[in-house]
Design a protein around this ligand. Structure first.
Ligand code: AMP
Ligand code: GLY
Length: 429
């Protein structure tokens, strides 16, 4: 089978690395890919949001399957366009991708499906939004309706912060049109996890849970990022809780989307808050859906998956997930993200990274690239904020973590940094 993966980050490196191991694979392309992905796939110089060119490439090269990594091309309708061209695609239609593209749409689907979630209001008027905040009080959460590169969420602990968020998002339009509508919702307290299910429009097949570290600094401090590290399994997600998540937070949404004529195909990524009642009972509540694999969660999921990924994704694209089961390794997996100094603010580009081969030699380690290229001398250079995902497996989370940091310490990149406490929650348990 000839497969095209769309994207060029750590998630796509993990997908290509896993697909490359499939005996069914004859050719693998990645658009646009990165310096690490060239080890496992042929990189094609087409941007992940260049829908016309991606469709043209897939058609001209008779790709048997297209796997879309990021949300932006899905929201732009890449999956719809591929289907029209007769090409199989793993990823949702634009109508279904609105589960991530519009928080207001997502909340309406979740609410009418009876899925446990924060109460909320949708606003296109500033005065109404502020009146709602005054009525509900703080803490409260203010979100842009549209995509804002993960930055359009303010968890406001005070009324002033919440009101200022409305001014910034809707008044000053700091996130552009994404802030033309706001979702204002209940603050939920608890432990956050990421859960993933593969969907084919009718059937949802559970993957496994993971936890990611969104804050830039050790001890979960500093500004939010796309994710500074992750691990799987997430110890808080017991088998009983996982069954409850499937039944209460995933399957009802799949049924609603199908009934509304927008069947969901692809990865449904549920951001969940595991809330705890005074008597200790834990209830998963849905924070949000994403319509793709998490990054860096995908890196640890792929490291733990024993089954061949390719037939599973194909079954998803063809509506046959009811015939598929997935096996997982007992191992734990952990990824430490190395980012360019300054991230998530402004950072230097094109700094040289050395020691990658030595790092890859640590047992159980794969250094996955997120934002890299090669300079004229052929050296690997950093081209993004999040640059590497040092991924390790081990019999325990402790062993995986030791291996990952051993590999990190072999990487010579003075302009880079990482968190030193990935998986602290799991270790504390
Ligand atoms: P989102 O982009 O919706 O995932 O929000 C980004 C982050 O904000 C989440 O990962 C949570 O840590 C936090 N967050 C979002 N919604 C809530 C909420 N209702 N209560 C508490 N924290 C939240
Ligand atoms: N790591 C969180 C995300 O991919 O959105």
């Amino acid at each position: 089978m000839k497969v095209l993966v769309v994207g060029g980050g750590g998630r796509e490196h993990a997908l290509c690395w896993k697909l490359k191991q499939s005996p069914l694979l004859t050719r693998l392309w990645c658009a646009p890919g990165n310096a690490g992905i060239t080890d496992v796939a042929e990189c094609v110089a087409i941007g992940a949001e260049d829908v016309d060119k991606l469709v043209g490439f897939a058609r001209d090269h008779a790709a048997d399957l297209v796997v879309v990594g990021p949300e932006a091309p899905l929201v732009l309708g890449l999956a719809d366009r591929l289907k029209e061209a007769g090409i199989k695609v793993f990823g949702p239609s634009a109508a279904a991708a609105a589960l991530e593209g519009s928080k207001g749409f997502m909340k309406d689907v979740v609410w009418k499906s009876g899925i446990p979630t924060a109460w909320y209001g949708r606003f296109t008027d500033m005065d109404a939004a502020k009146a709602f905040i005054h009525q509900k009080g703080a803490p409260i959460v203010v979100k842009t309706d549209g995509l804002a590169a993960g930055k359009g969420v303010v968890v406001a602990m005070t009324l002033d912060e919440a009101l200022k968020a409305v001014d910034d998002m809707m008044g000053a339009k700091v996130f552009g049109e994404a802030g033309a509508e706001l979702v204002i919702e209940e603050f939920l307290d608890g432990e956050e996890i990421s859960f993933f299910a593969l969907c084919d429009g009718k059937t949802a097949l559970p993957l496994v849970g993971a936890q990611d570290h969104k804050r830039v600094g050790d001890g979960d401090t500093g500004p939010n990022t796309g994710g500074m590290g992750a691990y799987s399994p997430a110890p808080v997600l017991t088998p009983a809780l996982q069954a409850e998540v499937m039944e209460r937070c995933i399957e009802p949404a799949v049924r609603t989307m199908a009934a509304d004529g927008k069947p969901f195909t692809g990865v449904l990524f549920a951001g969940l808050m595991i809330t705890k009642a005074p008597d200790g009972t834990q209830t998963p509540k849905l924070l949000e859906y994403n319509v793709r694999f998490g990054d860096p969660e995908c890196q640890v999921l792929m490291a733990r998956m024993k089954s061949d990924l390719l037939p599973v994704l194909l079954a998803g694209a063809e509506g046959r997930l009811d015939q598929v089961s997935i096996e997982w390794r007992d191992d734990c997996a952990l990824v430490v993200v190395m980012a360019a100094e300054g991230y998530p603010g402004s950072y230097k580009k094109n700094t040289v990274i050395r020691g990658l081969d030595e790092a890859n030699q640590v047992e159980g380690v794969a250094v996955l690239h997120a934002g890299t290229a090669r300079n004229a001398k052929g050296e690997v250079i950093a081209t993004g904020g999040r640059v590497l995902g040092v991924t390790a497996t081990g019999a325990t989370v402790k062993q995986a973590r030791e291996r990952a940091y051993q590999a990190v310490d072999r990487i010579r990149w003075p302009e880079g940094f990482c968190r030193r406490d990935i998986a602290w929650r799991a270790l504390a348990r």
